[in-house]
Design a protein around this ligand. Sequence first.
Ligand code: FAD
Length: 394
Amino acid sequence: AKPHVVIVGGGAGGATAARYIAKDSDGAIDVTLIEPTRKYYTCFFSNLYIGGFRDFASIGHTYGGLASDYGVNVVHDWVIGVDRDAMTVTTAAGHSFGYDRLIVAPGIDFVEGSVPGWSTAAQNKMPHSWKAGSQTQLLKAQIEAMPEGGTYCMVAPPNPFRCPPGPYERVSMVAHVLKASNPTAKILIVDPKEKFSKQALFEEGWNKHYAGMIERVGPDFGGANVSVNPDAMEVDIDGTVEKVDVCNVIPAQKAGHIAHAMGLTNDSGFCPIDPATMQSQVDENIHVLGDATIAGDMPKSGFSANSQAKVAAMAVRGALTDSRVFPAKYSNTCWSLIDTEDGIKVGASYQATDEKIAKVDGFISQTGEDAALRKATFEESLGWYAGITADMFG
Ligand code: FAD
């Protein structure tokens, strides 16, 4: 029988791994991808949908191409457990799949109780919209229905979390919408972090495009001591209670639940990996990808997950079919849109050292750049989105 690779999760990491293993092994490896949803909505560009720069359909992707063009066996189901000795996974529908290598890419789940008063049961009153789909649509609808002069509040997450510039790009997109439809509205960011990704660039952009609209409360002013009351639509910041109209709670994060259930996480809530192969440090027959991992200097991004998936795919093919394995190289760029055609980016390349995935060199947009460069940066991000989603889903 051919060797069999089972992949848990068909997001940025899992879909890429499925496509690369199937494509590059030319049928020598059977690939099964297990993913509950039939349509995957990317978190990347979901902020642009909120800002009115993309329609919802354009961020949805299906798995038909992986099945028809690459022969991936796509199973829509939840993985609920693994038997690491027998090398089988089981699903909610009661199926069992044996594997020679297992790839686990379940993304994130939220740390319960990290924002007192909030739970997943309250996610319709106070959406997180940190997993894309109906949550993203709900948040956009709530922003558009805000009363004149109302307040949108974001409870920002502590490190580490998926997409470090994501909350601040989201604030930019919310401001873009409100500036046109509700110009006296206010944006309040409650933030437990001292500083954040591309901060100088975002703050410069907010002053330029949205002067007076955005207020950020950092940890010095109680940003790390926040609780919410979803029924009353109240946010308690260090004892001061604010009434808000929309409350976007982005809780603290941990590896997706199934990674914990499989015993792949450590005390940090994420999965330690071998920097050269993305193999789990607790089981060499399992590779972990994307947001669920402790990936050294790499941020949790779709670009990173895609890059890690290619390294893992090469290692898996090497192990199962003796194909050649090159030294691991990783890269990432995170683009953000501040306002129409005002795009910024930060990125780096990485290599595996004995200890971690280590940054080799990087780049970042500069404050004061002219409009033509910002427009070019934005246009680069459009090309990136088209290219990377094709690289994931075929
Ligand atoms: P995911 O893409 O979340 O995929 C995980 C998949 O696993 C899901 O489809 C889920 O259904 C499935 N799954 C979970 N549990 C199970 C189970 N038990 N059984 C089977 N399947 C399961 N990144 C960028 O590179 N650029 C950006 O511009 C960018 N913008 C962002 C903006 C926002 C608002 C947010 C929230 C994120 C953004 N990101 C961006 C980050 C990016 O979305 C994530 O880093 C990326 O999706 C991580 O990929 P992943 O494969 O680890 O997880």
